[in-house]
Every structure is written in structure tokens, then in C-alpha cells.
Design a protein around this ligand. Structure first.
Ligand code: FMN
Length: 207
């Protein structure tokens, strides 16, 4: 199998909501999680955590009105990766990084103060405020997975419309583990990619 360039993956990735019956194997899942693992994160805190759902019963449940506003196509996605942010781990690992940077004098004194005040702010922030930074980090990892999936000929769709409480209960997730999105993954079953409408460069470049 020939590998695509990053540019090709970016151009070819689109949301796929129709999948063949071909299952997704452990090796493919590992490849996607490996891509996530390589993503950058604030203070290298790597707050992402993933729960991989492949059993039909749970996928059918996710596809219901109560959980995903009846996004029925989700029951045919061979794998649904629940992409989470561990907000305790995020602070703990950020603290550890700041300590390590200081001990090893990896930063000049002034930027080091910046790192320490960033960590101190996150420590005292409410869980809701921490979620902003946690979700930002997880979002990057999910983007890496989506591009790697495109490279592997797989289709993905980011799903943001779901009932977090119900999913957290079902998966017995800890209070401090917040769900950022669901990533549906499978072998695409479509004739051609939809035409994507995008804002022009002039619209998005503001200076
Ligand atoms: C934060 C976010 C939430 C999204 N939520 C959903 C969703 O709940 N259901 C869905 O079918 N697509 C969802 N999408 C996919 C978008 O609709 C899609 O990315 C957008 O229309 C652009 O199309 P493209 O991905 O094919 O380029 C979401 C995407 C993002 C980034």
C-alpha cells in the first residue's frame, strides 16, 4: 500500500457517515491511537484518553435519540472511538513537566515564570475552565487520527452531538474524565467524496 503525502491526506479527508460491513481490526485501531500519541500537547501533558467501542449493542445504543439525537448512521460505524480529556492527569502531568523544566533549567527564568503561572492557573481553575485546554489538546490528537485514517484508506467523522452524562455512565468514566468527541471510523461506503464548501483565504486571513 502506498502512503499518501500529508497534503493529500488533508485534501482527501472528509466526514464519512456511510460504512461497509468490513470490521476495523485491532491493528488499525492501534495505528490510529499511535497517531494520536504523537500529537503535541501543552507542557507535553498528553491528557487524551480513548475508549474504543466496537460491540454492536453499544453502537446501536449510541445511535439512539437519547444519546446522539438519533444519528442512526453511527450504528453502522464499525468502531466509535470515545475521545476524552483526563483533567486531573492534565494538571498533574503539567505540574511534573514544570518541575522537570525548572530542575533542569530548560527555560530562561522569565519564560519559566510564565510556565509556572500557567500551571498554577490550571490548578486552581474549575473543571469547566480546565476543559477548554483539555479539549484543545485532545482535538489536535483527534485531527492526527483523522489524517492517519485517511492515509490508511479509512473514513472518519467527528461527532460532537452526544449526551455526555449517559456515555460517561455507560463507560464508567471518572468524574474528571470529560468526553470531547466521538470519532466514528470505518471503511467508506460511498461513490464519491462530497464537494466541500470552504471559506476563501481572504475571508479567513484577517491580517
Ligand atoms: C466540533 C465538531 C462537531 C461535529 N459534530 C458532528 C456531529 O455531531 N455529527 C456529524 O455528522 N458531523 C459532525 N461534525 C462534522 C462536520 O459536520 C464536518 O466536519 C463539516 O461539515 C465539514 O465537512 P468535512 O468534514 O466533510 O470537511 C462535527 C465536526 C466538528 C469539528
Amino acid at each position: 500500500m502506498t502512503s499518501k503525502s500529508v497534503k493529500q491526506c488533508i485534501e482527501q479527508r472528509h466526514s464519512v457517515r456511510s460504512f461497509t460491513d468490513e470490521p476495523i481490526g485491532d491493528i488499525e485501531i492501534q495505528e490510529l491511537l499511535e497517531a494520536a500519541r504523537q500529537a503535541p500537547s501543552s507542557l507535553n501533558s498528553q491528557p487524551w484518553r480513548f475508549a474504543v467501542i466496537t460491540d454492536q449493542g453499544t453502537r446501536d445504543w449510541i445511535a439512539t435519540k437519547e444519546v446522539s439525537h438519533k444519528q442512526s448512521w453511527l450504528s453502522k460505524a464499525p468502531a466509535i472511538i470515545v475521545c476524552c480529556a483526563d483533567l486531573e492527569g492534565y494538571v498533574r502531568d503539567s505540574q511534573a513537566a514544570a518541575f522537570f523544566y525548572k530542575e533542569n533549567k530548560l527555560f530562561d527564568p522569565e519564560p519559566m515564570k510564565g510556565v509556572e503561572s500557567y500551571v498554577a492557573r490550571e490548578e486552581t481553575n474549575s473543571m469547566a475552565a480546565r476543559f477548554g485546554a483539555g479539549a484543545m489538546n485532545v482535538g489536535i490528537a483527534v485531527a492526527f487520527m483523522m489524517l492517519r485514517a485517511t492515509d490508511m484508506g479509512l473514513g472518519t467523522c467527528w461527532v460532537g452531538m452526544f449526551d455526555e452524562e449517559q456515555l460517561k455512565n455507560k463507560l464508567s468514566l471518572a468524574e474528571e474524565t470529560r468526553i470531547v468527541c466521538l470519532l466514528a471510523v470505518g471503511h467508506p461506503d460511498e461513490d464519491q467524496a462530497p464537494i466541500r464548501s470552504r471559506k476563501s483565504l481572504e475571508e479567513i486571513r484577517i491580517a
